[in-house]
Ligand binder design. Structure first.
Ligand SMILES: [Zn+2]
Length: 674
């Protein structure tokens, strides 16, 4: 085997990984050497006869694990954005070993003793604020990982973590496999009536690609409510499509969810908390289970009332089709009818105004230029990890190089659903690294030569994910541990949600929303009607989201020892108890394909989206009403918040921008919940 490309630092610009040289067989040896190197680095820290200092302990810890970070960044993306059975197998093998590696560090008594000593003396060490913050965060992380437990409890903790890591990998692969297996196969184009000719052609192409020649295949997207439900006129096809979606991985992942929530409850008890949720939120801006309960309880009744009002509107339209009661598979379809009749908004007619390239350059990048003065240059000379990947160099207002942004916008069979941002290289002054970040979306690829026309939601997703990207790109901190998006989970969605504001900002929208063929701008009165129609759909969207958030909450507020016999029954009871059993509005994710909480980092954290939205809605009002220009406001937001990462308390950063504590009024108004 030629030299493993992970073993040395990349020589490409910004240390962009040399994707062209990386092959799957490089991963395991790189992971193994990376873990061994980091353990040796830590052994050197603990063997140091000098008393602990920030430099010889904390900073040394920050410098450790370079190779492991390098391979993890690439592998995490590979296994999500372009996986293969071989990569899946590596993921299943390495996940528990990485969990064990993290435990080996956090449960290293000699290392913790040094950190604990520093922490005890922190007041007399005369530390700069960033170093003090790092010390506090590291100390907390060690304690939360079990550093203070006895040997027997630590052994049990290691067992739980390894089992959870393996289960999460299995859960994810079950969702992926069953989503593919349950794709809806239809024999005739008539069954697809209502879809655009492009979408029908794509379904036929999908059929060929998946070995169903002559058939039409609708692949399932991550969430419950499949996008085609808004357009398919054949009610029985809608019913089959939704049933395929809602039943995903029911046989395999129900028992896994039960097992995982029990293990998390046991771990929480070991660590001194009543429930996993209590353990999680103790380290979030929310702080307590009660605080989250209070926000959710305040939102549920008005959201459900809104959804019921919307259902009554839908029923009026549906009656004309002889539909007596709106079922879950009817909701999106009749919503679309109401949008067209009451608001004169036709989703399909919007797409020609949202051509991907134009939305990206004249919308997303343009807005970043307006607010922050940054510019973008495409770098086709720098290879991505897949032919679809675009690489852009980002420059600051003064022309200084900032980092790289990779855009991987299209769906493919090897990519998981959803949209996300992550990093390949983390910004750090200490390590002399500038950020390399990427966005992944799942936009269907049109036929060759055809323009990529986006839906309203896809445009919003593009702005949203780019908000995360900016959070990574603008990071300006010393330590990698504190960089960019390394903020509390119930805070991290806030900057990305704020970035959605530019989508409809008049100056931005006028710049990008133009007809791809004629160049004609999206008519202003159409924009007003869209916004009115958006507020009509808030009942559904809020209930769908809250149902998922409450499911997550129900699984993770279970105390240790409370047995769950059946995942489906547990789910139904939890929704009923929360007042969210609205039959026609299924949760955005059901338990068995809720990857965020069973295969991702959002267990007891799905509430974070609406929690962050409080900050988001409040900040949007600040942007609009603070009397400064956009550029000046953008500078404040960047300097005081985006650039800080986790180098100071998240809510302190919020206060530094807005000048006070967050208020819920703007969110309630936005969601029609007042
Ligand atoms: Zn996000």
């Amino acid at each position: 085997m030629t030299e493993n490309p992970f073993f040395t630092a990349s020589t490409l610009a910004y240390e962009l990984p040399p994707f062209a040289e990386i092959r799957p067989e490089h991963y395991l040896p790189a992971f193994e050497r990376g873990m061994a190197e980091q353990l040796a680095e830590i052994a050197a820290i603990t063997a140091d006869p000098q008393p602990p200092t920030v430099e010889n302990t904390l900073v040394a810890l920050e410098r450790s694990g370079t190779l492991l970070r390098r391979v993890r960044g690439v592998f995490d993306n590979h296994s999500s954005a372009d996986t293969t059975p071989e990569v899946d197998r590596i993921d299943a093998e390495i996940s528990p070993r990485l969990a064990a590696h993290r435990d080996a560090i956090h449960l290293d008594a000699a290392l913790f003793a040094r950190i604990e000593e520093l922490h005890a003396r922190r007041a007399e060490l005369d530390l700069d604020p960033e170093s003090l913050r790092l010390l506090e965060r590291r100390y907390t992380a060690f304690v939360r990982a079990g550093a203070r437990l006895g040997a027997e409890e630590q052994a049990r903790l290691r067992g739980i973590n390894a089992e959870l890591a393996a289960a999460a990998s299995e859960f994810r692969q079950n969702v992926s496999a069953d989503s593919k297996a349950r794709a809806l196969v239809l024999d005739s184009a008539e069954q697809l009536a209502g879809l655009s000719p492009d979408a029908i052609a794509a379904a036929a192409e999908n059929g060929r690609a998946l070995g169903h020649d002559g058939a039409y295949v609708l692949s399932l997207k991550n969430f419950s409510n499949q996008t085609e439900l808004a357009e398919l006129t054949d009610r029985s096809v809608r019913e089959r499509l939704l049933a395929a979606s809602l039943g995903r991985a029911a046989g395999t992942n129900g028992p896994l969810a039960i097992r995982m929530s029990a293990l998390r409850a046991e771990r929480a008890r070991l660590l001194g908390y009543d429930t996993h949720a209590a353990y999680v939120v103790a380290d979030e801006t929310a702080g307590t289970v009660e605080a989250v309960d209070a926000l959710l309880a305040r939102l549920v009744p008005p959201a459900v009332a809104n959804a019921r009002r919307e259902a009554a509107e839908l029923a009026k339209v549906a009656a004309a089709d002889g539909v007596e009661e709106i079922a879950a598979h009817d909701w999106a379809y009749y919503s679309e009818q109401v949008r067209q009749t009451s608001y004169q908004v036709d989703a399909a007619a919007l797409r020609p105004y949202f051509e991907l390239e134009r939305v990206l350059r004249d919308g997303v990048f343009f807005a970043a230029g307006l607010a922050y003065g940054v510019t973008f240059t495409e770098r086709p000379d720098l290879p991505g990890y897949h032919p679809d990947v675009r690489v852009f160099e980002v420059f600051d207002a003064d022309g200084a190089p900032l980092g790289l942004f990779l855009g991987d916008f299209h769906a493919r069979a090897s990519k998981r659903g959803g949209a996300w941002m992550d990093e390949l290289v983390t910004q750090s002054d200490l390590l002399g690294q500038r950020p390399v970040v990427y966005n992944n979306l799942n936009i269907a690829k049109p036929a060759p030569g055809e323009p990529v026309l986006l839906s309203w939601d896809e445009v919003r997703t593009l702005f949203h994910e780019f908000g995360h990207a900016l959070h990574g790109l603008f990071s300006d901190v010393r330590f990698p541990y504190s960089a960019g998006t390394a903020v509390p989970r119930d805070f991290v969605e806030f900057p990305s949600q704020v970035n959605e504001m530019w989508m409809v900002w008049p100056e931005v929208m006028a710049n990008y929303a133009r007809h791809h063929a004629t160049g004609e701008p999206l008519p202003a009165e159409l924009v007003e009607r869209i916004e009115a129609a958006e507020s009509f759909g808030q009942g559904f969207r809020t209930v769908e989201y809250l149902a998922a958030a409450l499911l997550d909450w129900a699984w993770h507020t279970l105390p240790e020892g409370q047995e769950v016999a059946d995942a489906e029954e547990f789910e139904a009871a939890a929704l009923a108890k929360a007042g969210l059993a609205v039959a026609a509005v299924p949760p955005r994710y059901r338990t068995t394909y809720f990857g965020h909480i069973f295969a991702g980092g959002y267990s007891a954290g799905y509430y974070a989206y609406i929690w962050s939205e409080v900050l988001d809605a409040d900040t949007v009002e600040w942007f609009k009403g603070n009397g400064r220009g956009v550029r000046e406001s953008g500078e404040v937001f960047r300097r005081e918040l985006l650039a800080r990462g986790d180098s100071r308390d998240a809510l302190d950063s919020f206060r530094a921008v807005v000048g006070r504590d967050p208020e819920t009024g703007p969110l309630l108004a936005r969601r029609g919940l007042l």
